[in-house]
Design a protein. Structure first.
Lengths: 277, 441
């Protein structure tokens, strides 16, 4: 039953939520403003930035001229999609087995997987760097795809496990009684029911892989460098390059922002899947 | 109709040509920072690429990321980079570790004229008598000041090196926060390359040193106490609010915007501050030596950004060819011709510093050269020390110690701890680190 809320309370709540939302979005909005300014205008007082200076695309042109945006962009696409796809290949059977055929160690295995996320990545940087050096995987898209798949795998498995647990086991049993093989059970019975959850898992992992900066910067040089390295190349110790840095940031986050915008319904639906019974 | 032999010889010929072109044209990867001089180099590098047929992959990173990334690659022999842009701190340490390719053979090339590069700079980029990097530019620190504000306040511009006590009096007179002008802007952001660059040279002036001849840390000495007390008082009395957030960039922006009457910082910022296109105070800025106090030794820092080749590079010959091109007399002249002589990197070659075109475009170039020549990284302090380096100590442990002490100094500036407590903490940390590293028992 819906709780009665007065119009005044609604108004106050909306105003607070709006203010908080604006506060969280403000840094991105400011980056957007600075991206369309000259370097000289970008370091002026905030009000002058907004009202006392002109707008220009100069920074975008300079960034594109100095860096190969499309090379970095394609690396980001390949690495984020590749790691998510590979992750799903491993995670779907793993989550299925833990959700529907649990053993007495399932809980421990799940907790162990999650615990790997608690280790600071820098703790394993040198060993992984040495392994990559010996396998000649440094600065390769394949190597980076594998690493990102592995670091995001616990999250993928956990998310899928949670969604699969919401699906009644009786439906799968019924499919089995009708003679469905394991492959058919996963493909034709489980997957369609778990689509919202899987979609949000895919979207979230693409976003995580797209924004991952530690490994992508440390394991690449030029050939496999994605957009995270593209941004850092405009962060400067001497001289200020706020406008170019902002333009580079806008170019780097725009694709994922647009993807998130169009898929937000799916994302929210998946993330709240099973929240209401 | 071609004979079998003709076909065979053609195929062999094409094969040899293909092999030869593969051997000649190589792709090198350069790791660098995003500063004005390197941007110019990236702009001009296609000329080298066209002339040699080689190509360059630029990996541009923020300074701290670059340091961490190149250290990790070079220490593990990763071989990701053929050329690295490194500083005067890393070069002797990495060179002594055998991580860098020796560039001694540059001295055999008369066209390159290695002797033309200032001896002081070459010394700073050498270890055990071997040259491991060639400089793009070198810098020391001096005082930027506003001629108009000095005139208005009736202060005569110093012609000799003044003391920090006199400097504090000047700053107090010039301090006018109601009109948006602070007496002095100095680095407050924590870090061995940030606040400790200024604080380190100031400590030298007060007679302090990082270690005694037996590598015992000296942060609990009266000299350090006097220096940090002075620094905190100076910034509280005549500095901008929230100075702990201000590093080189922030102070440079404040100074260029007319908010600071004085600023002791890198000579390499002079071109930018005196450039009317990028600075509001270009016409009213001049320079004098960084102040002294108990001693005039080590009162201006020494730093050089240079290009080096990791020992793990498989393309050392091509990398050397690029290094010669990028630090040659012709390169600096090319920068002058294309970017303007005011943009020519300073503090590297004697012939460039004597070029009338540079002296005309940047009359302060002579001041910079004299300031650089006044520095001696091998004898940086009043009392003898076992290390080289003016604002840093050229040992691997210094980064950690310098950063920690920088944080403590910033905490003292913010009023979170007393000067005594900050230095006591720094001393304790330094003793622990130096004991762990085996310098002291």
């Amino acid at each position: 039953m819906a709780r009665a809320v007065s119009n005044r309370t609604k108004g106050v709540n909306t105003a607070i939520a709006g203010a908080l939302g604006f506060l969280m979005f403000f840094p991105i909005l400011w980056i957007l403003f600075l991206a369309f300014k000259t370097e000289e205008d970008a370091i002026r007082a905030p009000l002058e930035v907004l009202f006392g200076s002109g707008w220009t695309m100069e920074s975008f042109a300079t960034v594109q001229a100095r860096s190969d945006y499309f090379k970095h962009f394609s690396n980001s696409v390949i690495i984020s999609l590749g790691s998510t796809f590979l992750g799903l290949l491993v995670a779907i059977p793993a989550a299925w087995s833990m959700a529907f055929v649990p053993s007495k160690h399932t809980r421990n295995v799940l907790m162990w997987m999650l615990s790997t996320k608690m280790l600071p990545p820098v703790g394993v940087l040198v060993p992984i760097y040495l392994i990559f050096r010996d396998l000649e995987l440094l600065d390769s898209r394949f190597g980076l795809t594998i690493v990102l798949m592995l670091i995001n795998l616990p999250i993928i498995i956990w998310m899928l496990y949670t969604y699969f647990k919401e699906i009644p086991g009786e439906i799968l049993e019924a499919a089995r009684m009708d003679g469905a093989t394991l492959r058919a059970e996963i493909l034709y019975v489980l997957t369609p029911m778990a689509i919202p959850g899987m979609a949000s898992t895919v979207l979230l992992n693409i976003i995580l892989a797209w924004n991952e900066a530690f490994w992508t910067i440390n394991l690449t040089a030029s050939n496999a460098a994605p957009l995270t390295q593209f941004i850092t190349s405009y962060s400067s110790p001497e001289g200020l390059f706020y406008a170019k840095l902002s333009a580079a940031s806008v170019m780097a986050i725009a694709p994922i922002l647009i993807m998130g915008w169009f898929s937000q319904k799916q994302l929210v639906r998946g993330l709240t899947f099973g929240a209401v019974k | 109709m071609p004979t079998k032999h003709t076909l065979l010889s053609t195929a062999v010929g094409v094969g040899i040509a293909a092999l030869a072109s593969t051997a000649v044209a190589e792709e090198i990867t350069i790791a660098t920072v995003n500063n004005a001089d390197m941007i110019v180099m990236q702009k001009l590098a296609p000329q080298w690429e066209e002339a040699t047929g080689n190509t360059i992959n630029w990996v541009v990173l923020e300074e701290n990321v670059l340091r961490q990334r190149t250290t990790q690659d070079i220490a593990t022999g990763g071989g990701s980079f053929d050329i690295m842009f490194i500083g005067a701190y890393e070069t002797p340490i990495w060179g002594a570790n055998g991580w860098l390719t020796s560039l001694n053979d540059f001295g055999d090339d008369p066209d390159y004229d290695l002797e033309d590069i200032f001896q002081l700079v070459r010394n700073g980029l050498s270890a055990d008598g071997n040259l491991y990097a060639v400089p793009l530019y070198s810098e020391t620190s001096f005082t930027f000041y506003r001629t108009d504000l000095f005139e208005k306040a009736g202060i005569a511009a110093p012609t000799e090196q003044i003391t920090y006590t006199e400097f504090a009096e000047m700053a107090a007179k010039l301090h006018d926060p109601d009109n948006g002008v602070f007496g002095t802007c100095q680095r407050g952001k924590a870090g061995w390359g940030e606040n400790m660059a200024f604080v380190g040279t100031m400590a030298n002036a007060f007679g302090a040193r990082w270690f005694d001849m037996d590598w015992n840390p000296q942060l609990d000495s009266p000299e350090w106490n006097a220096a940090i007390t002075y620094y905190v008082d100076l910034m509280n009395n005549s500095g901008p609010p929230g100075a702990t957030a201000n590093g080189h960039n922030e102070n440079r922006a404040l100074f260029k915007d007319g908010k600071c009457a004085t600023w002791v910082d890198a000579t390499s910022a002079a071109n930018d501050v005196r450039n009317p296109a990028t600075s509001n105070v270009a016409d009213v800025t001049d320079f004098f030596q960084a102040p002294k106090q108990e001693t005039d030794k080590g009162t201006g820092w020494f730093w050089s950004w240079a290009l080096a080749i990791p020992a793990s590079s498989q393309k050392a010959d091509t990398a050397k060819d690029f290094l010669k091109w990028a630090t040659s007399k012709e390169y600096f002249q090319m920068v002058g011709d294309t970017e303007g002589w005011v943009a020519v990197p300073s503090g590297t070659r004697a012939s460039i510093h004597e070029d009338p075109r540079l002296l005309e475009a940047a009359p302060f170039a002579e001041t910079i050269k004299n300031a650089i020549f006044s520095v001696d990284p091998a004898d940086p302090t009043r009392d003898p020390v076992p290390y080289t380096g003016v604002q840093f100590v050229a040992i691997p442990e210094f980064q950690g110690i310098g950063n920690y002490v920088g944080q403590q100094v910033a905490a003292a500036l913010a009023g979170q701890v007393t000067v005594e407590q900050a230095l006591a903490n720094g001393q304790q940390f330094a003793v622990r680190e130096m004991t762990k590293a085996g310098y002291i028992k």
